[in-house]
Ligand binder design. Structure first.
Ligand SMILES: *Cc1c(COP(=O)(O)O)cnc(C)c1O
Length: 382
């Protein structure tokens, strides 16, 4: 499309790069770093971030589904790609052709993957997820010997690693459940190694684990939220303090911006927006912004959120509409048509954080950023 955009997302190359360096510094030497880019790179833009991850020496990319791996391959990025979510049996052939490494936890998947690899005369790698307490994906201990048998019988499908995921590591400063999961993982892994008669690499750590439990690093860490410059949670930050660690400095990577589409004077008492839900409390200046809930600006921010314009915070007034919302700029001097407005990120000395927006919407910042709509243009900035 020609011309300017109503809104855009800026991705800071420098911040992403420094966040990756922070995690490199946290991980033991030789531990590989997987940049997790599922969910459109947590809303930051799949290809923009996959490119930055490659540029910054990530050892692998983590996606949710085969389609995302396909996009990355089409962009010519040759890094190993692990498919963390479910791969349909009929898509395993495609995974083999694209050189994607599915996470496997069903016998059907393992048998079919090997079949598809044999059919193509091409070796496939996969990761075996072990059940340690999330009760989501994962092979239970009672099924492990059967899986070891299938792994041995597979001719063209190779076990790359076994893996696990933590249930509550970012929800609490009490990591006793995480440690119990680690114990279960150790038991299952040695049982697998005994059955196969060889060592099996492992990966377990998400961002929070990499920060607060370095012993979870094994051969690779899967870093998502932290690479985008967001702390996994307040609890993770607190936990570093309790462990007397210096909290690493993370820099938010995403800024979401738009421009003022209209400035209007609203007389005292006049309603603003749908449902006449808000009435001007005085003679007001209102700016209309061309962004709405269909763009991922949560309707829960109606009458709650703030944006930055001319370096000042301006409160959202009235209901967030499908493609627009209004802010009160009465106290911001000089607001004019097409002034730049920050919905997420910094301007002047002010910042709108994903954490603050998430808390107004009774959710977590993972959801806030990952729901910034994929149709919005992502631009990498220096
Ligand atoms: C999303 C995901 C991660 C990344 O978690 P963060 O908390 O964002 O670092 C790691 N592992 C798996 C299996 C995931 O699905």
């Amino acid at each position: 499309m020609a011309g300017k955009h109503l809104q855009w997302v800026e991705i800071s190359r420098g911040s992403y790069s420094r966040n990756i360096a922070v995690f490199r510094g946290l991980l033991p030497a030789g531990c590989r770093l997987m940049a997790v880019v599922k969910a459109n790179a947590y809303g930051h833009g799949l290809l923009a971030v996959a490119g930055l991850a490659a540029e910054n020496g990530a050892d692998a990319l983590g996606v949710n589904a085969v389609g995302e791996g396909d996009e990355i391959r089409r962009a010519g990025i040759p890094l190993p790609i692990v498919v963390l979510g479910y791969t349909r049996l009929d898509d395993l052939g495609c995974a083999v052709e694209l050189g994607l490494e599915p996470v496997v936890y069903n016998a059907e998947s393992l048998v079919r993957l090997d079949g598809e690899a044999r059919k193509r005369g091409r070796r496939a790698r996969f990761h075996l997820k072990l059940e340690t307490g999330v009760n989501r994906q994962g092979v239970a201990e009672r099924d492990l010997d059967r899986f070891a048998g299938l792994i041995e019988e597979a001719e063209m499908a190779d076990l790359a690693a076994c893996s696990m995921h933590f249930a509550n590591i970012e929800d609490t400063t009490d990591h006793s459940f995480a440690r119990r999961q680690m114990d279960v993982f150790a038991r299952l892994r040695s049982r697998l190694e005994l059955a196969l008669g060889r060592p099996v690499p492992a990966h377990a750590a998400c961002s929070a684990a990499a920060i607060v439990m370095p012993e979870t690093a094994f051969q690779m860490a899967r870093v998502g939220i932290g690479s985008y410059g967001l702390w996994p949670s307040k609890e993770t930050y607190l936990a570093t303090a309790l462990l007397k660690k210096k909290p690493p400095v993370l820099e938010p990577v995403m800024s979401w911006k738009t421009v003022v589409a209209q400035v209007k004077d609203v007389p005292p008492g006049a309603p603003v927006g749908y449902g006449c839900a808000y009435h001007a409390t005085r003679a007001m200046k209102v700016a209309v912004l061309p962004v709405g809930y269909s763009d991922g600006y949560d309707r829960g921010l109606s009458g709650q959120g703030h944006v930055l314009v001319r370096g000042h915070r301006a409160p959202v007034v009235g209901r967030v509409c499908m493609n627009m919302f209004m802010v009160d700029v009465t106290d911001v001097p000089g607001v004019s048509l097409e002034d730049e407005v920050v919905l997420l990120g910094a301007q002047g000395g002010e910042r709108i954080t994903a954490e603050a927006v998430a808390s107004l919407c009774q959710t977590i910042h993972y959801e806030t950023v990952s729901r910034v709509a994929p149709h919005i243009r992502r631009v990498v900035v220096e």
